[in-house]
Design a binder for this molecule. Structure first.
Ligand code: ARG
Length: 232
């Protein structure tokens, strides 16, 4: 009776940390994970004949989940770094970002650079390049009290509640947070990061397919409509 059933669609298990608008976040009305990254991986999966299954987890669990085979790909505004590239393989880049310092709206604390965070409490998400940036200043002797959160959602809540003085987060996300919540961008720190999609180390077959579909999409009007849907 095989001819009566639909062809079995392969499932692509996609790991993401949905606390990072406009790339991945939970839609307040539907409870669904949405964003640029989600639409992008769906567009890629669609071209490759996969159905997408979103697997939400903390950012610092994403690379271990790939290594342990719990997910097939990770898309999560993840910066391509040398350190990470030892553990996973990255696609071609699809986005450029810097870091930003955000404070609560109307705050008298106006940091313009990382050095200005000395003697203050600063929130970041664990396992991110923002955390690495702050830790590098701490190890150089700057007295910054780094408060680590499992998600940026919690860090921003604490910023609004006054439990931290600032949050360091990727610049495009900072700009989106400033539109959605009572926070403002105090400074941008140029770091020149690029986002990539990650697969398990050595999964060349999948990576090649992803890169082909990704480069097609990046050069298509589909990409422009995804961006304007979430940033327009
Ligand atoms: N780009 C930064 C990094 O790779 C932050 C990514 C955080 N992503 C997220 N979905 N929370 O470390």
């Amino acid at each position: 009776l095989g001819f009566l059933s639909k062809p079995v669609e392969k499932v692509l298990r996609v790991g993401t940390s949905p606390d990072f608008p406009p790339f991945e976040y939970v839609d307040e009305k539907t409870g669904e994970v949405v964003g640029i990254d989600i639409d992008l991986i769906k567009a890629i999966a669609n071209r490759l004949g996969y159905k997408v299954q979103i697997v939400s987890m903390d950012f610092d669990g994403l690379i271990p989940a790939l290594e342990q085979g719990q997910v097939d790909v990770v898309i999560s505004g993840m910066t391509i770094t040398e350190e990470r590239a030892k553990r996973v393989d990255f696609s071609i880049p699809y986005w450029k970002a810097d870091q930003a310092i955000i404070v609560s709206k109307g705050s008298s604390f106006k940091p313009l650079k990382i050095e200005d965070l000395v003697n203050h409490t600063v929130g970041v998400q664990s396992g991110t390049t923002a955390e690495q940036l702050l830790d590098s200043y701490v190890s150089k002797g700057y007295n910054i009290n780094v408060k680590r959160y499992s998600s940026y959602t919690l860090a921003v809540q604490d910023l609004i509640n006054g439990r931290v003085d600032a949050v360091v987060v990727d610049s495009p996300v900072a700009n989106t947070l400033a539109k959605k919540y009572s926070v403002e961008v105090a400074a941008t720190i140029t770091t020149g990061e690029e986002y990539g999609i990650a697969v398990k180390k050595g999964n060349k077959a999948l990576l090649d397919q992803i890169n082909k579909a990704l480069s097609e999409i990046l050069n298509s009007s589909e990409w422009d409509s995804i961006i304007s849907k979430y940033m327009g």
